[in-house]
Design a protein around this ligand. Structure first.
Ligand SMILES: NC(=O)c1ccc[n+]([C@@H]2O[C@H](COP(=O)([O-])OP(=O)(O)OC[C@H]3O[C@@H](n4cnc5c(N)ncnc54)[C@H](O)[C@@H]3O)[C@@H](O)[C@H]2O)c1
Length: 314
């Protein structure tokens, strides 16, 4: 079985150096031409350069995904240049935030707008472009483990990712008569593997992976309570933790890229209205089950690399 996206055109929103860039690179390596969207022009340039040094073809699709005229504009630019769009990956999002006692109206509205309006407008205009041309394309909406389970400190993010999950099912029904498929993909705190991003994180003295789910560490990464009022209580367990992921790792953006590329291929022709998760068993886990110690599990097969960029050496 050889997965190929040869002859297909893709649009990926939010091609920042972590997951968006990983998905855009994978689609290009599997043969698609890729239009790269972001509000940050430097992120677009870096993603296009990464695709091109890997032998792929890419174009910029700059602008804010929440603005309808902007979305129509870059969709038209892609159609003018490449004549079609077969794949849309809705990925742009605003991460971070606070818990329900502390979140601001401004952040909540902005975070929800980017996922809600951004995913809707891109699906609407790319969906129309596909339907008008009889293209039986694939639309993938990037969700999050926070869309399926609760965590403290991310109330806006949890709200919008939960919405993404049912948006996918409803849009899948709207577009099924056209042969257009709509699914979500759920990343679960993947370990960044873009060498440029790893170098940037290391230069800033920031941890380069595995922090959220690693055993032994406290869990203070997802936003905690603000303020020192006497009634405040801790949001979560902050002591040493047991292992969290049954297979020992949730993987990398490269793992996400392979899976999204397959979901956009013709092999997945009847998969619509559902979710694909690549997380080493993290979401399937019963709440009371604690996985075996990392040194006692075999771990996954080695990842199949996609990027020719020399790996980051700490
Ligand atoms: N990083 C994780 O651990 C994780 C876990 C689960 C799900 N996700 C999801 O994966 C996706 C990518 O995550 P990431 O970690 O690469 O995020 P990121 O913050 O590194 O990248 C998001 C990109 O979206 C862009 N963006 C933000 N607002 C935009 C707008 N209005 N218009 C266009 N572009 C905009 C940003 O400039 C940025 O480059 C998101 O949907 C996120 O919710 C991430």
């Amino acid at each position: 079985m050889e997965i190929t996206l040869e002859g297909k055109v893709a649009l990926v929103t939010g091609v920042g150096p972590n997951i968006g860039s990983g998905i855009a690179l994978a689609l290009a390596k599997y043969g698609a031409k890729v239009a790269c969207n972001d509000v940050d022009e430097a992120a677009i340039k870096a993603c296009i350069a990464r695709i091109e040094r890997n032998g792929g073809e890419a174009m910029p699709a700059p602008g804010d995904v929440t603005d309808e005229e902007t979305v129509k504009g870059y969709v038209n630019d892609i159609l003018e240049r490449w004549g079609r769009i077969d794949i849309l990956v809705n990925n742009a999002a605003l991460l971070g935030g606070r818990g329900v006692l502390d979140e601001s109206v401004e952040f909540f509205e902005r975070a929800v707008r980017i996922s809600a309006l951004g995913y809707f407008l891109n699906t609407k205009h790319v969906g129309r472009a596909m339907a008008e041309r009889g293209i039986r394309g694939s639309i993938v909406c990037i969700s999050s483990s926070n869309g399926w389970n609760g965590s403290a400190g991310v109330i806006a993010y949890a709200f919008n990712k939960g919405g993404v999950n049912n948006f996918v099912r409803a849009a899948a029904m709207d577009l099924a008569p056209y042969g257009i498929r709509v699914n979500s993909f759920t990343p679960t705190a993947p370990n960044p593997d873009n060498p440029e991003l790893l170098a940037e994180l290391a230069a800033k003295g920031l941890p380069i992976g595995g922090v959220l789910l690693a055993p032994g560490r406290g869990g203070a990464q997802l936003g905690g309570p603000e303020g020192g009022e006497p009634w405040r209580r801790p949001a979560r367990w902050n002591g040493p933790r047991p292992p969290m992921v049954p297979m020992g790792t949730t993987g990398t953006p490269t793992d996400i890229g392979h899976a999204v590329a397959w979901l956009c291929s013709d092999y997945a022709r009847l998969i619509t209205g559902t979710d694909l998760v690549v997380d080493g068993g993290a979401r399937a886990k019963n709440f009371a089950y604690i996985p075996a110690a990392p040194d006692q599990i075999a771990g996954p097969l080695p990842v199949i690399p996609l990027d020719v960029t020399p790996p980051f050496e700490p």
